[in-house]
Design a protein around this ligand. Structure first.
Ligand code: C2E
Ligand code: MG
Ligand code: MG
Ligand code: MG
Length: 288
């Protein structure tokens, strides 16, 4: 940001602001159009169990190939979709598509779908989930909703109601990016969460960073004590995987195992069954 020390810098500052605002307006317009035209794509990143080398399922990740700007990261457009309210429509499309695609996977494989706190708090998530399950015929126990800690900020009765309705359907919940947000542990037993996803920022420091190692150790102990499953995201190296396995982390997701795959390659990979979780045969899944 320019300091208001001279006329020149004020002009520069203003024109940058205008440019940003124009870009933002264009992004908003394109996003609404894309939601209407359904020009998004879902890719699926497999999740693996370390103990026996089987795929447990995959996380659905949203992709937007913008006609002019090319690939736009969900980290960039999800916040815009949230602010504009189109997240409800977009989120419903993600749920429908993910449930339909997962029908082609082995019956043991779950599909994890990211849900925005806005959908959870303000929208008709229950209706969107029900429609996606009914439309696809997917067993509700195979749908896992990934929510972040920020969903619990200012929690109210309605939130508890939404959770219990979804739980009654058979849907499960994973807490995403654990350790990066709202740091209260109370909601872990107040809400029906069955899985904790350790944020990849902790995994990236492995092995050798004492603070991250301490956090990972405590999260695994906490999950164990509460009877929750635990998965580490962003596993990129063998050394990280070995450290996680030795520490008792059951599940992993990351580039070491597989990049996010398009719909057809996801079916192929998940249907291929087991792999050597920490060993040479992993090479087939690496660096895609
Ligand atoms: P997330 O749910 O924490 O997803 C994990 C992100 O880490 C994904 O980025 C994934 O591609 C990336 N990743 C996976 N393995 C590795 C690894 O080994 N190393 C590194 N460096 N990165 C890895 P992506 O696809 O760009 O998604 C970013 C975020 O966008 C997601 O974070 C999620 O919060 C949000 N998002 C994605 N799809 C959806 C969606 O359908 N709905 C909503 N509401 N949010 C979504
Ligand atoms: Mg996620
Ligand atoms: Mg995550
Ligand atoms: Mg994340």
């Amino acid at each position: 940001q320019a300091k208001r020390t001279g006329t020149g810098s004020i002009v520069w500052y203003d024109s940058v602001m205008d440019g940003t605002r124009l870009q933002r307006l264009a992004l908003e317009r394109d996003l609404v159009e894309a939601v209407e035209a359904e020009t998004f794509e879902l890719v699926y990143q497999p999740q693996a169990r370390l103990s026996d080398g089987t795929w447990t399922g995959a996380e659905a990740l949203l992709r937007w190939h913008h006609p002019e700007r090319g690939f736009v990261s969900p980290a960039e457009f999800i916040p815009v979709a949230e602010e504009m309210g189109v997240i409800h429509e977009l989120g419903a499309w993600v749920l429908r598509t993910a449930c339909r695609d997962a029908q082609a996977w082995p019956a043991s494989a779950k599909v994890a779908v990211n849900v925005s706190p806005i959908q959870l708090v303000a929208g008709d998530l229950v209706a969107a989930v029900r429609a996606a399950l009914e439309g696809s015929g997917l067993d509700p126990r195979r749908l896992e909703l990934e929510i972040t800690e920020s969903a619990f900020v200012g929690e109210d009765k309605r939130l508890a109601g939404t959770f219990s309705e979804l739980l009654a359907m058979g849907v499960t919940f994973a807490l995403d990016d654990f350790g990066t947000g709202y740091s209260s542990l109370g909601y872990l037993h107040r809400f029906p969460i069955s899985k904790i996803k350790i944020d990849r920022s902790f995994v990236a420091d492995l092995p050798g960073s004492r603070p991250s190692e301490a956090v990972l150790r405590s999260v695994v102990a906490l999950a164990d004590g509460l009877g929750l499953r635990v998965i580490a995201e962003g596993v990129e190296t063998l050394a990280q995987a070995e450290w996680l396995r030795d520490m008792g982390c059951e599940e992993v997701q990351g580039y070491l195992y597989s990049r996010p795959l398009d719909r057809l390659r996801a079916v192929q990979t998940l249907s291929a069954g087991s792999f050597d979780p920490i060993g040479s045969r992993n090479d087939a899944h690496r660096r895609r």
